[in-house]
Design a protein around this ligand. Sequence first.
Ligand code: PAP
Length: 333
Amino acid sequence: MEESDEHSHFPKYLQEDDITLECKELIQTLPMEKGWVSTHLHQYQGFWQTKKHLQGVLSFQKHFQAHDTDIILATSPKAGTTWLKALIFALLNRKRYPNIHDNNHPLLTTNPHVLVPFLELSLYIEKDILPDINSFSAPRLFSTHVPYKSLPKSIKDSTCKVVYLCRDPKDTFASMWHFTNKIRPQNRETLQLEESFEKFSRGVSLFGPFWEHLLGYWKESLERQEKVMFLRYEEMKMKPCFYLKEVAEFLGCPFSKEEESKGVVDDILNLCSFEKLSNLEVNKFGKLPSGEENKAFFRSGKVGDWKTLLSIEMIERLNTVIEQNLGKHGMSF
Ligand code: PAP
């Protein structure tokens, strides 16, 4: 029996039998490193995965058939996935739930990760069981942490839309470190900050290197603007109204003048705000089907919280890594 690693989204204990033969054989051929917690990470198509994630990725790559109307939310872990899921779910379902104050909105009783499932971490994670996603009504809304280059061909070839959200790697690291500590098995000591930081800076984190993840979607967003929309957490925090309207345009469901004057944009932003979501019963006391507490996905929701965690040396080191890998592509944080 092996403990699953950081950011589970799937059951904590992984039996050898839960892994397909195909995945076991592939793993023998891949570079390997010790992960942040206890299990190993395996480098597949340039990105680090746990065994179980890898199996989900393989099944997703093999079986998922995109529809032209699908919408895929892509993020690297801890970039603000929960927020993006809530916002876009509320945006797409605004006609179905026109009165957000009516208490019947699904986001008031259900965690965003349940409403917008991960393809590789949830829908395609079970060995030998394929999800029945053809019954989902259009537009189907899914999410993924899989890097652009590893997405199934049908996503790239179809006209389905991809919305990517990234975040300052210093905050991403801080969020990931706190989260991994929170969900670690009770009998494990607190993660060593220095050790996790060293791995993150070398690119060894779930779906890392973070810079390659970000660049894959960034380049595609420049080449195919109608296909991939590239968003930053910090900018969305600063101008949420502007970006929600931009996303609505991009997804082909712009707000009408009437909706704007009725305050629909603000209603969605309020419903999906950190304060609102984190204080709901479901997110304070509920759990995901995979066993994680919903509250683990709501910590501080701030920009720049890394200042409370990282030493001056760490900040310098990460800034250098960011500059070396992203600076030449015109990106900075
Ligand atoms: P995931 O990629 O593992 O699904 P994700 O949702 O990206 O997780 O990570 C949670 C982060 O998003 C937390 O950041 P923090 O640790 O720096 O606080 C969490 O607080 C933040 N978050 C969750 N919901 C919201 C929200 N509604 N608005 C802004 N930030 C949010």
